[in-house]
Design a protein around this ligand. Structure first.
Ligand code: PMP
Ligand code: GLN
Length: 380
């Protein structure tokens, strides 16, 4: 087959989860919670199915959910998107990212991504015939160097993809980053894809700088989020995209012929949950901050050096005191010899930096799982 994606193999999350099963290892690799989803949400899902919400939903998403998302967005970011024209419910953030890119990127267009970046960005760009232009984030802080981003812009640049809070590092855009980003895009026709799936998982009183807060950004942005992260149900695959009417119209053309619509019962359940229990997403930062703090505290008894985690549910660790292996080899060795799965960072780069000795651990796990992992990591 003349592959359209010759460089793509099985992704690192699948590979490492498979390895975890084969070796009975504690899986802090693939990012998913191992605790229950809120009981109320499960009941709402069951009820939705029993009440007969089992057929196709409207293509953009059920009205009640789009209204709930509009209300939640206004409460969080002071801006109420138009539920009819600006919000589209998708089968996960992954679908939203693919749809957005397919909708606007033409063959030969360039899309700037900031490395390390989530692994679905580049294949989406390639499928559209576009070219991913990789710009490195700071290797220590994972903050963007906006002058470097600017120097990557050409007349062919169609889109910039950003992600805050960031997977894999947890770094978050500051207000100054938003200023720089705004200036960078001002007067250009470059679109923004802002991946904000960890929008509610932010720590230490920091403010999530959603592109939706900022008029100049949101007028050119596809803002993507995922209920999988917010409601501990990554397997339900429900997300959404907020974009201005003209961009949403193009986005929906792709969504309409990609999936057409998203799992109806879950849409009904999320609509009810968002309105009934705003405390759930409002408290998510505190919930995960507690996990982060305990986990980091315990990591101090190992030879892994934890990097700061401003947001998200991943902890980067520097393992250079333990091993000189490259990150892929280290993560395999950690799984097979010490029974803990971590994710190497190199798959998140166009060209991985040489000599980087970092691995990603997911702390969206119950305390027993994290405790068992720490026990093993102490043996390193
Ligand atoms: N973007 C980022 C940064 C992610 O971490 C993930 C999920 N791991 C996604 C997008 C995809 O989200 P979903 O599972 O809703 O498709
Ligand atoms: N987003 C998850 C992570 O970063 C993985 C999702 C997947 O397996 N594709 O771990």
């Amino acid at each position: 087959v003349r592959s359209k994606l010759p460089k793509v193999g099985t992704n690192i999350f699948t590979v490492m989860s498979q390895l975890a099963m084969e070796h009975g290892a504690v899986n802090l690799g693939q990012g998913f919670p191992d605790f229950e989803v809120p009981g109320r949400l499960v009941q709402a899902l069951e009820k939705a199915m029993r009440d007969g919400h089992n057929q196709y939903a409207p293509m953009p998403g059920i009205a009640a959910l789009r209204q709930a998302i509009a209300g939640k967005t206004e409460r969080c970011y002071g801006y109420r998107p138009d539920a009819d024209l600006e919000i589209t419910v998708t089968s996960g953030a992954s679908e939203a990212i693919l749809d957005a890119v397919q909708a606007v990127v033409r063959p030969g267009d360039e899309v700037i991504v900031l490395d390390p970046c989530y692994d679905c960005y580049e294949p989406a760009i390639q499928l559209a015939g576009g070219v991913a232009v990789h710009v490195p984030l700071d290797p220590e802080t994972f903050a963007p160097d906006w002058a470097l981003v600017r120097s990557a812009i050409t007349p062919r640049t169609r889109m910039l993809m950003t992600n805050t809070p960031h997977n894999p590092s947890g770094a978050m855009f500051s207000a100054a980053d938003i200023d720089s980003l705004t200036q960078l895009l001002r007067g250009t026709e470059i679109l923004l894809l802002s991946d904000e799936v960890y929008e509610h998982i932010v720590f230490d009183g920091a403010r999530h700088e959603s592109a939706l807060r900022h008029p100049e950004l949101r007028e050119r942005a596809f803002v993507v989020s995922s209920f999988g992260k917010t409601y501990h149900c990554t397997g339900w695959k429900v997300g959404y995209c907020i974009a201005p009417p003209a961009l949403s119209a193009e986005f929906r053309k792709v969504h309409q012929y990609n999936t057409f619509c998203t799992f109806t019962p879950a849409q009904v359940a999320f609509a009810e949950m968002i309105e009934a229990e705003p405390g759930h997403y409002e408290g998510l930062g505190a919930f995960y901050q507690d996990k982060r703090d305990r986990f980091r505290e315990q990591l101090l008894s190992t030879r892994l050096r934890p990097l700061p985690v401003p947001g998200g549910y991943f902890q980067l660790v520097d393992y250079s005191a333990v091993s000189d292996l490259d990150d892929a080899a280290f993560c395999r060795w950690l799984t097979t010899e010490h029974g803990v799965v971590a994710i190497p960072l190199s798959p998140f780069y166009g060209a991985p930096p040489q000599g980087q000795r970092l691995a990603r651990l997911c702390f969206a796990k119950n305390e027993t799982t994290l405790g068992a992992a720490i026990e093993r990591l102490r043996g390193l």
